[in-house]
Design a protein around this ligand. Structure first.
Ligand code: PMP
Length: 288
């Protein structure tokens, strides 16, 4: 496996970074998870844009242009001869000293891993996923804005541990005042009386690329959509609930905590969106 590391392609066991890298010491850095479908990179431009936006939010200057970054992704994919891949694109503050001061880090580290994708089992897509509400609340946007896709993912990992304790794969994360924010690695949507809703990202959620694709499909297919502040009770009584993410795509939810979502099977709007999403991934993307 070839890894892109600071401008060169190196073998996996040679792809090493300093123990003084602040990405490791402090989670000081940003990243993206990108997906390819049969030789097409899905929404590459949007992912690169979000990476630079996250970097900007932590005042990290990425030393290469967006276009060179996109080329680096493509070069890495080609070198690994992968048709269906998951891409992890990481930019750290780079090596510094043991203090926090980012000014001591002279050169950001950039690496790109392309690997096979690991998916949720098929039956979750057919029968739906069970999730729980995490005890851990989502980071306050005023403290560490969840819109920044930073290497600092402990908030999500603690919620993931909550999920694991209950024997499920995903956990719903609430804001400090009890509104639905998102899941540990996915955005959340609900359908009520034929209308589609998701929380605004300003509550404390990542502005998911898949979320944006779903909103776009909804608009194009005449499904009424709006952003809305959502309480767990609203989700419990929804007609349909589903999650969105680059790795998960669109995945139906049939149970939250001990509450069964209506019908206890994926709903018709969810299935329609899944179908449209699948069509898009076959034609829409950067060929490599
Ligand atoms: N929320 C969080 C916390 C995430 O980490 C992710 C990405 N895995 C998402 C939502 C979904 O975002 P995207 O559709 O861009 O993958």
């Amino acid at each position: 496996m070839k890894i892109y590391l600071d401008g060169a392609l190196v073998e996996k066991d040679k792809a090493v970074i300093s123990v003084f890298d602040h990405g490791l010491l402090y989670g000081d850095g940003v990243f993206e998870g990108i997906r390819t479908y049969n030789g097409l990179v899905f929404r590459l431009k949007e992912h690169i844009e979000r990476l630079y936006k996250s970097a900007g939010a932590i005042q990290l200057n990425i030393p290469i242009t967006r276009s060179d970054m996109a080329d680096a992704v493509v070069i890495t994919l080609r070198a690994n001869n992968l048709k269906d891949a998951y891409i992890r694109l990481v930019v750290t503050r780079g090596p510094g000293d043991l203090g926090l001061d980012p000014r001591k880090c002279k050169k950001p580290t950039i690496f790109i891993i392309t690997d096979r994708i690991t998916l949720y089992p098929k039956e979750f897509y057919q029968n739906g996923l069970k999730i729980v509400t995490a005890v851990t609340r989502r980071n306050l946007p005023q403290a560490l804005d969840p819109r920044i896709k930073s290497l600092n993912y402990l908030n999500n990992i603690l919620a993931k541990i909550d999920a694991i304790k209950y024997g499920v794969e995903e956990a719903l994360m609430l804001t400090s005042d009890g509104y639905v924010a998102e899941c540990t690695g996915d955005n959340v949507f609900m359908v009520k009386a034929g209308n589609l809703f998701t929380p605004p990202v300003s509550v404390g959620a990542l502005e998911g690329i898949t979320r944006a694709v779903v909103i776009d499909i909804a608009r194009k297919t005449g499904i009424t959509f709006s952003e809305k502040m959502i309480r767990p009770d609203d989700l419990y009584s929804a007609d349909e609930v589903f999650l969105t993410g680059t790795a998960a795509e669109i995945i139906p939810v049939i149970m939250i905590d001990d509450k069964v979502i209506k019908g206890s099977k994926p709903g018709s709007i969810t299935l329609r969106l899944m179908e449209e999403f699948k069509k898009l991934t076959k034609v829409d993307g950067v060929r490599y």
